[in-house]
Structures are given as structure tokens and as C-alpha cells.
Design a protein around this ligand. Structure first.
Ligand code: 13P
Length: 257
């Protein structure tokens, strides 16, 4: 049975003081919604403060990126051992990192290995551009991204990670994929690629999230899809009210997959 996950990616938003206040409001609103795995991912510098606020609440904390090496001459980078004890999750391969910071399938794969070795839960992002979507390349491209990210990851490790399908054209645009589109890619493409790698039974245990303009209004329809196990939420996770509404809707409507 796959536990639903509502993960908030705060991106490059919130000072330490603002992040602390938002985390406090989220704990007050959904600290008790244990049927949903709640994860919030503030910027690096706010991780310790947010981790202190959510301690004991059951809400998890994630980083938005990390380096694959333990330590070394990598100015400006943060490693998995540095996150241990503060964060339980790490977003890897977000399209904004691929687009603006030269992340490749190879570096994402290295990071997945490093995160798992450190006991972190990777939230591995995949998704096609508008041009690729228009050209009918979505299935082939997203499938190849999943397989590349998971190169040399075995079945036991794969069950400890989460895949987030985020079509680039839906991120921050207010134009979410329809529930049917999201289901088709999360199901046939992402879970299909996982089944090719690990077999159908293992694939059925791995959580697949959808991300891209999710909000309190469209989350119920998205979560009603059989292959969608949660959301990676950007803008709507920056306010406690909308994030809490999405968690509550999921708690109330999600029939365990
Ligand atoms: P929005 O929900 O703002 O579209 O962002 C989605 C996203 O990129 C989450 O990682």
C-alpha cells in the first residue's frame, strides 16, 4: 500500500524568519494528519530552524538539492552527510536545476546513489518541456529520464525513493496537466519504466507524485488517479492555508493505492 505524500517545494522563497513562521503555521494546521506523509522543503539555510519547528510533529523536512560527494573542493555545495539529522528527504533533478544549473541525468543518478547511501529519501524529478510535449516525445523522454536517474539502483533501494513527474509547461503556469494526462504519464510512462527496471510488483510499491500548478481546487481530482500517490507542490505550498487544505483533501479522499 502506498502512503500518499504532499511535499512542498518552497524553492528560493522565505527567509529564515519567514520559513520558521510558515513551518509553525503548517504544524498547527496539519501536524496531526498522519494518514498523509507531509514534507516541507525550505532553502538550505532555513533547514535547521524548520527542522526544530517540526520536530515531534510527524512532518518531514527535505532539501531541494545536494552534491553527490561527501566533501571536497566544491564551493557553494552541500553534501548528503551535512543534511543527515536535519533533513529526511531531498529533491533531486528538479527541472529548474536541470534548466538553470546544468544538472544532467548523470549527475542526478550520482545524487540518487549518494542520497540513498546517506539514508535520505530522494524525490527524483522528471518531466518534459512544452516543445517535447507538442512533438509527441513525452513518453519516450520521461521514460528515459526515469531509467537514467535510477541507473545501478537495485530494487530494494528503488522502493525507498519517490518519483515526481513534473511537466515543465505546467510548473508555475497555473496550467496543470489534466488529471487524465497526469495519470497517463505517472502510470504507463513512469510506473511502466519502473516495471521494466524492477518488475511490476516492485513498481507497484514505489510512489509516484505529480507536480505542476497543483492547488487546493484541483488536488482531489489528481489524487483520485490510480497511479498518482501525491503531489510536489510549489506555489500553493508557500501558504499554510492552501498547503493544509491539500493535505486535508488528500486525507479525506485518497483511497490507498
Ligand atoms: P508549482 O506548483 O508552483 O507549479 O511548482 C511545481 C514545482 O515545480 C514543484 O517542484
Amino acid at each position: 500500500m502506498r502512503k500518499p505524500m504532499m511535499a512542498g517545494n518552497w524553492k528560493m522563497n522565505k527567509t529564515i524568519a519567514e520559513a520558521t513562521a510558515l513551518a509553525q503555521a503548517i504544524v498547527a494546521a496539519v501536524g496531526n494528519e498522519e494518514s498523509v506523509e507531509r514534507v516541507i522543503c525550505p532553502p538550505f539555510v532555513a533547514l535547521p530552524a524548520v527542522a526544530a519547528v517540526v520536530a515531534g510533529s510527524g512532518i518531514g523536512v527535505g532539501a531541494q538539492n545536494m552534491h553527490w560527494e561527501h566533501s571536497g573542493a566544491y564551493t557553494g555545495e552541500v553534501s548528503a552527510p551535512m543534511l543527515q539529522g536535519i533533513a529526511g528527504y531531498v529533491i533531486l533533478g528538479h527541472s529548474e536545476r536541470r534548466q538553470f544549473f546544468a544538472e544532467t541525468d548523470t549527475t542526478v543518478n550520482r545524487k540518487v546513489h549518494a542520497a540513498l547511501a546517506a539514508g535520505l529519501t530522494p524525490i527524483v524529478c522528471v518531466g518534459e518541456s512544452l516543445e517535447q510535449n507538442a512533438a509527441g516525445e513525452t513518453h519516450a523522454f520521461v521514460s528515459s529520464q526515469v531509467k537514467a536517474a535510477l541507473a545501478d539502483i537495485d530494487a530494494a533501494q528503488a522502493q525507498r525513493l519517490v518519483i515526481a513527474y513534473e511537466p515543465i509547461w505546467a510548473i508555475g503556469t497555473g496550467r496543470a496537466a489534466t488529471a487524465e494526462q497526469a495519470q497517463a504519464i505517472c502510470g504507463a510512462t513512469v510506473r511502466g519504466a519502473l516495471a521494466e527496471l524492477y518488475g511490476a510488483q516492485v513498481a507497484s510499491r514505489i510512489r509516484v507524485l505529480y507536480g505542476g500548478s497543483t492547488n487546493a481546487k484541483n488536488i482531489a481530482e489528481i489524487m483520485a488517479q490510480p497511479d498518482i500517490d501525491g503531489a510536489l507542490i510549489g506555489g500553493a505550498s508557500l501558504q499554510a492555508d492552501s498547503y493544509a487544505a491539500m493535505v486535508r483533501t488528500t486525507a479525506a479522499t485518497y483511497a490507498a493505492h
